[in-house]
Design a protein. Structure first.
Length: 148
């Protein structure tokens, strides 16, 4: 016996079965939750980045570098604050922790060569008195950062 057209039209499609009707809603809910999660993570990272930029954009102290000195020669800041050095001289300078040439007191404090107008910012994470110098002129350019 051959099935008639009417018999075929009364068969249910798998997508219309009770087991599969709700799966589309679950997929949509999952996608919405994933999008919300991505947006929350992006917002947190954006806020952290803005905070990091604000710290670096507003250092606790700015030190001018000239041919003969770091000015001011001593600055006092709080733990977690930043210092920015700006080369106002026509020749390159560097900033590095003492003692010369090892910089062992604070190895992380070591800039690349700063040309005129360049700056270097460093955040001090520990309390203490940190002396530094210009490795290009280690006997003449020295100064101190006191972190309270």
């Amino acid at each position: 016996m051959n099935p008639s057209k009417n018999d075929q039209s009364q068969q249910t499609h798998p997508a219309d079965s009770p087991k599969t009707r709700g799966s589309g809603k679950g997929l949509i809910i999952g996608l919405v939750l994933a999008i919300v999660l991505v947006l929350v993570v992006a917002a947190v990272l954006f806020a952290k980045n803005r905070n990091d930029q604000a710290v670096n954009a507003n250092p606790a102290a700015t030190i001018d570098i000239s041919k003969t000195s770091f000015s001011p020669a001593t600055v006092k800041i709080k733990k977690g604050q930043s210092v920015t050095w700006v080369n106002n001289d026509s020749v390159p300078h560097q900033v590095a922790a003492d003692p010369y040439p090892t910089h062992a007191s604070l190895p992380e404090l070591h800039s690349t060569s700063l040309n005129q107008g360049d700056s270097y910012t460093f955040t001090f994470e520990n309390k203490g008195t940190f002396t530094y110098q210009d490795p290009l002129y280690p006997t003449t350019l020295k100064a101190t950062v006191v972190v309270e």
